[in-house]
Design a protein around this ligand. Sequence first.
Ligand code: NAI
Ligand code: 15L
Length: 275
Amino acid sequence: MTQHPATPKPFNRILLTGAAGGLGRVLREALPTHAHIVRASDISPMTPSRGKHDEVAYCDLADKAGVAALVKDVDAIVHLGGVSVERPFEQILEANIRGTFHVYEAARQHGVKRIVFASSNHVTGFYPQGVEVDAHSPRRPDGYYGLSKAYGEDMATFYFHRYGIQTVSVRIGSSFPQPRNRRMLSTWLSYPDLEHLVARALLADQVEHTVVYGVSNNRDPWWNNRHAAHLGFAPQDNSQVFRAQVEQQTKPAEQQPGSGFQGGPFTVAGPFGDD
Ligand code: NAI
Ligand code: 15L
């Protein structure tokens, strides 16, 4: 890692993919705490650069040469970019499967040793709601999207054992300003807790490949982070403060599609192949 002589920070330059997205916009504001330069990348429109510490680079993750150039002179990567909901396989393939491969290959070529990968709770979406799941529970992807995140996690394991690139795969629950329905009372991850978790994922020593659920300190969690204690992730927020509002404004859980499973509506999406 390159250290800036005047005001040392842990990283010189962090690449943030998916910077135009909901979480990308949040982390583009937060990452300057940890790096002198944040390189924000997406295919969708981003707010312009605010100076030499805030680089903007448009790139399609499906473009291998483009991603290789994107990763040049980078010390760490926060990889959020890709299709973030269930979609036909072909769309998932380009952005999430090929795209994540391109990110890891570029990291290998440029000597990047730390990646934070935005995985998803949909890797284990076919566990029943209320059942406790942890990072060692057998995966139960709930669609092509969840499968692509499981692939990304396996990619992280391979690149650690083969090339020593360390990754924290964050199986994000539901990260929005507030929970949008009753399921999210269990799955909600506040933005401050997201920022804290990404910081721990970047800074913790010897993470090898660690899988952690990105979830706030909610009253009725389904996920146990016992295998990620070494990260020092200590979420502070709790969806309970929104419970009355959510229960008043949204349908009972049993009337929501896919309510039997942790993945909720993702577990009933598709099929797409009959159109
Ligand atoms: P988002 O959909 O708002 O942002 C994803 C970004 O990726 C978009 O700006 C999009 O333009 C970009 N992108 C898509 N295809 C691309 C391509 N081929 N090349 C370059 N960029 C591309 O999603 P959000 O909510 O910000 O999520 C960020 C990441 O976290 C995603 O990987 C998502 O799967 C994951 N995640 C998010 C959760 C949440 O609750 N927000 C929950 C679980 C996982
Ligand atoms: C995800 O993986 C999605 O990216 C996000 O949009 C939410 O739908 C979230 O899961 C969820 O499970 O609520």
